[in-house]
Design a protein around this ligand. Structure first.
Ligand code: ADP
Ligand code: MG
Length: 276
């Protein structure tokens, strides 16, 4: 093994209202190596958030296995270790900020871990600098923009020194500028070695990942590099998913007889292909 995330035949069912079970995940097999950046896409209800919650032992498998750094999420003795290694960031920044001052908010996680005060202060400085928010250390979080709040939320997770960041639609409530700030921060953290699982419905963001995993009705139905996934324009559209604008334009041009390569997924690639 040696993978950071190892998921085998994972199944998750929720109890439904009328006594009928909801199969949210069926037969999920997924491995992620330390340092990878994996984007997860899929329509609403396809099981993305349920999968994310397994990575942090917030919920446990109905069947199958979920191992984090070799630790089984069903082992009660490992839960805190798993939660320290896999940090979660959710959609709504306002639900994740607990303190009245940025630095206190970032210190909250390590304080709960029982980290000594001097070390906490060092970690807060480091975490705020990693998300480019050191100038806001003494600010009130309520005055920050959505993108800044999400970066504070990410800093709060980084202060726990996790191996892996799991972000569940972290930009869904942000304006384009906030989205850009968060994506750039996540890319930079990944370049510094942190493993990233990034759930999004913005295809232009998924293009930044090493690997894209596509979910539909509780299953992984496609995965590969952004180029191999996003060149399957018809298939993704049939699932109700968008594709990056450049991939779609390239697909239209190809169907009009333009001889374009089928790995065009960014504006730059499309421009270079059209104006060599
Ligand atoms: P996504 O994040 O891709 O939108 P979810 O993982 O939230 O998908 O949901 C997958 C399926 O599980 C959906 O059918 C959803 O209605 C159902 N589901 C999610 N959470 C619960 C819950 N707490 N109780 C019952 N059903 C749930
Ligand atoms: Mg979700």
């Amino acid at each position: 093994m040696g993978e950071l995330i190892y998921i085998e035949n994972l199944r998750h069912t929720y109890p439904g209202h009328d006594g009928q079970e909801v199969a949210a995940l069926t037969d999920i097999n997924l491995t992620v190596k330390q340092g990878e950046f994996v984007a997860v896409i899929g329509t609403n209800g396809s099981g993305k958030s349920t999968l994310a919650k397994h990575l942090n032992a917030l919920i446990l498998p109905t069947a199958g296995k979920c191992l984090i750094a070799g630790m089984d999420t069903t082992d009660p003795a490992k839960v805190w270790d798993i939660r320290q290694q896999v940090g979660m960031v959710f959609q709504n920044p306002d639900n994740q900020i607990v303190a009245a001052v940025v630095e206190e908010d970032v210190a909250f996680g390590p304080e709960n871990l029982g980290v000594p005060p001097v070390e906490i202060s060092r970690r807060v400085t480091e975490a705020l600098s990693l998300v480019n928010m050191e100038d806001y250390r003494h600010h009130g979080p309520h005055l920050l923009s959505g993108g800044q709040k999400q970066r504070v939320a990410i800093a709060g997770v980084l202060a726990m020194r996790p191996k892996c960041l799991v972000l569940d639609e972290p930009t869904a409530m942000l304006d384009p500028r906030g989205r850009q700030e968060v994506l750039e921060t996540v890319c930079r953290l990944n370049q510094e070695g942190i493993t990233v699982i990034y759930i999004t419905h913005f295809m232009e963001e998924a293009v930044a990942a090493h690997r894209v995993v596509v979910m539909e009705q509780g299953k992984i139905v496609m995965q590969g590099t952004p180029a191999t996934v996003f060149c399957q324009v018809e298939k993704l559209k049939a699932m109700g998913l968008d594709v990056p604008v450049s991939a779609e334009v390239a697909d239209c041009l190809r169907r009009q007889g333009f001889p374009l390569a089928d790995d065009i997924i960014s504006d730059e690639q499309l421009v270079v292909a059209l104006c060599p």
